[in-house]
Design a binder for this molecule. Structure first.
Ligand SMILES: *Cc1c(COP(=O)(O)O)cnc(C)c1O
Length: 495
C-alpha cells in the first residue's frame, strides 16, 4: 500500500515519499508527515536475527513506499558500510544501570551520520524517480554536527551542491575545524555572525522565497534540505530504536514485549521524534525522556503546555542542543492536535509573531508519553566525571545531559524500567569540555594533546575522523551577517 505525506500546515496537498524527500520543507512552510504511521508487523524473534542493514530495510520500506526494493536496498547498502567503524553500526554499551546506544560510529562521529550517510542516496534516487533536471542545492543550517555530516554525505555527489551555515562563535573548535577543512568541489561553508536559530530561520526564509526559487530554476538549480525537517532524515532514525530493542531482546536483557524507556538529548526534536514514531509503530517503549541543556524550552513546554522561545540563548558545552526553536516539535504538535493542519498552522504563526504559543488541555493530555527535564552545565560535567570514575566509560557532553536527566528521572519516579540512552556524539568531538569535566588539570593542553590524552585514559583509539583533521588544510573562510545569507548563496552559485 502506498503511503502519502501531508504538510503539517495544509491538508489539501499529498505527496509521495520521494517528493517529500526532494522538497524537504512543504511549500507552505510546514513539515511533511505520513498520513498514517505504519505498524511494525514483524516478530521480534525474526527481527533480532537481522543485521542493521536488513532491519533498516524492514523499517524504511514501510515509510518509503514509492522506492523499489532494489532502490532502497542499494541506498541502505551504500550508506551503512565501512564508513562506520563497527559492523554493528550502532552498538549498545551497558554502563551504570543504563544502555548507551552509541550512534557515533559514522564518518563524522556524531549521530547525524545515522541519517546523513543515507540521505544523499535517498535524494539522488528520488531525483531520478521524479525526473528532476535541475541540480539540487542542499541548504543547511547547523549547530555543529549536521553541517559536517551532510557535507561528508554529499561531497562530490554528482548533481548536487551543499551550502552550510553555522554560528561562527557557537560550535566547538573540533566541530569548526571539521567543517572548514571539508573537501569536495560542491561544498560551501559559511560562519554567520549570529546563533543557530538565526541560521535556521535564514535558511527557512530562503526556502520560502519564490523570487529566489525562480532565479535558481532559471540557472538550473533547486533547493532541498538536509536538516532534520526532511523526512529522509527522520525515517532512517527510527531504525536504530528498533535495532536497540531487538538487540536487548537478543542479549536476554529484556523479555519479549517488555517495555523500555528511551532517553534522548534533544535540540531540534528530530531524534526523539523518531523514537516517538517507533513507539507509535508498536515498538514496546514506555517513556520518552526528553533531555535539554540550559536552553530548556522543551522542559518548560512539557511542564506548562506553553512553548516560549522569548528567553536568553545560552551557549553551553553541548552546542548541538543550543536551540530555542525545535523545528520537529511541529510534527508532534500536529499529531496531538489530531492531525489538524489549521490548528497547527495557527500555533506556528503565533510562534513567528509572538515567539510563543500554548497548547490546549486536550493536546496536553496526549503528551503523557513524554517526560522532560534538563541538566545545568555543572551537572553535565559532574555526570561525565562520575560515570568515568565509576566505570571508566567516557561520554560526551550531549550524552551526559541525557544521562543526568535520566538519573534525575529515576530519583523522582523510582521507575526501574530498563532504559536506552541515545549517545549522540563521540567524546572526541567535544574533547575540551569532556576532559575539563574529568579533571581541571587538562586546562593547559592543546586540543590535539587532549585528544591523545582522552584516548589514553578512556582506552579508546582516536577515531579516524579526528586523525583526518589534525593536519588538514582550511578550505573555507567565508563569514557573513545574518541578512547577507541569500546574497552569499547566489554568489556561490554564480547567479
Ligand atoms: C543534533 C544533535 C543533538 C540533537 O538532536 P535533535 O534531533 O536535533 O534533537 C544531540 N546531540 C548531538 C551530538 C547532536 O549532534
Amino acid at each position: 500500500m502506498q503511503l502519502f505525506y501531508k504538510s503539517t500546515r495544509n491538508d489539501s496537498e499529498r505527496v509521495t515519499a520521494s517528493q517529500a524527500i526532494l522538497q524537504g520543507l512543504a511549500p507552505d512552510g510546514g513539515l511533511y508527515m505520513p498520513e498514517t504511521i505504519p505498524a511494525l508487523d514483524i516478530d521480534m524473534d525474526v527481527l533480532a536475527k537481522m543485521d542493521y542493514q536488513e532491519m533498516a530495510y524492514e523499517v524504511m520500506k514501510l515509510f518509503l513506499t514509492d522506492f523499489t526494493e532494489e532502490e532502497l536496498k542499494e541506498c541502505i547498502g551504500s550508506a551503512y558500510d565501512s564508513k562506520f567503524d563497527t559492523e554493528e553500526i550502532a552498538p549498545l554499551v551497558d554502563a551504570d544501570h543504563a544502555y548507551y546506544l552509541e550512534l557515533f560510529h559514522g564518518a563524522t562521529i556524531a549521530f547525524k551520520d545515522m541519517a546523513l550517510s543515507i540521505l544523499p542516496y535517498l535524494m539522488t534516487t528520488a531525483a531520478k524517480k521524479n525526473h528532476v533536471k535541475n541540480d539540487i542545492v542542499i541548504l543547511t543550517a547547523t549547530s555543529g554536527d549536521t553541517g559536517k555530516a551532510a557535507m561528508a554525505g554529499f561531497a562530490d555527489v554528482p548533481g548536487t551542491k551543499i551550502i552550510v551555515f553555522y554560528p561562527k562563535n557557537g560550535v566547538s573548535p573540533i566541530q569548526e575545524r571539521q567543517m572548514v577543512t571539508q573537501r569536495g568541489e560542491n561544498t560551501f561553508v559559511v560562519g554567520i555572525h549570529g546563533n543557530f536559530d538565526q541560521a535556521q530561520t535564514g535558511v527557512k526564509q530562503m526556502f520560502g522565497d519564490e523570487a529566489l526559487a525562480a532565479r535558481l530554476d532559471a540557472a538550473g538549480y533547486q533547493f532541498s534540505s538536509a536538516n532534520s525537517i526532511n523526512i529522509g532524515r527522520l525515517v532512517p532514525q527510527i531504525v536504530y530504536y528498533v535495532y536497540a530493542y531487538a538487540k536487548l531482546y537478543e542479549n536476554g536483557a529484556i523479555s519479549k514485549g517488555e517495555k523500555i524507556n528511551v532517553v534522548v538529548p534533544t535540540g531540534n526534536f528530530g531524534n526523539i521524534l523518531a523514537a516517538y514514531i517507533a513507539k507509535n509503530m508498536g515498538l514496546p517503549v514506555d517513556k520518552l525522556i526528553c533531555a535539554s541543556n540550559e536552553n530548556k524550552v522543551l522542559f518548560d513546554f512539557f511542564r506548562t503546555g506553553v512553548y516560549d522561545k522569548n528567553r536568553e540563548f545560552v551557549l553551553t558545552s553541548s552546542p548541538s542542543m543550543d536551540i530555542l526553536i525545535s523545528s520537529n516539535l511541529e510534527r508532534l504538535i500536529y499529531r496531538i492536535a489530531g492531525n489538524d493542519a489549521k490548528k497547527n498552522a495557527r500555533l506556528m504563526e503565533q510562534l513567528v509573531q509572538e515567539g510563543k504559543y500554548e497548547v490546549t488541555d486536550d493536546m496536553r493530555a496526549r503528551l503523557t508519553d513524554f517526560y522532560g527535564n534538563y541538566a545545568t552545565e555543572e551537572e553535565t560535567a559532574e555526570t561525565i566525571r562520575d560515570l568515568y570514575d565509576k566505570t571508566g566509560y567516557v561520554i560526551d557532553t550531549h550524552t551526559a545531559v541525557a544521562s543526568c536527566v535520566y538519573q534525575n528521572y529515576v530519583k523522582e519516579t523510582g521507575d526501574q524500567t530498563k532504559s536506552v540512552i541515545a549517545s549522540t556524539a563521540s567524546p572526541f568531538k567535544f574533547t575540551r569540555s569532556v576532559m575539563n569535566a574529568i579533571d581541571t588539570k587538562y586546562d593547559a593542553m592543546t586540543d590535539f594533546e587532549l585528544v591523545d590524552e582522552l584516548s589514553r585514559i578512556a582506552n579508546v583509539a582516536v577515531p579516524q575522523a579526528i586523525e583526518d583533521i589534525r593536519s588538514a588544510q582550511v578550505r573555507h573562510e567565508t563569514e557573513c551577517e545574518v541578512e547577507e545569507m541569500p546574497q552569499v548563496v547566489e554568489k556561490f552559485l554564480g547567479i
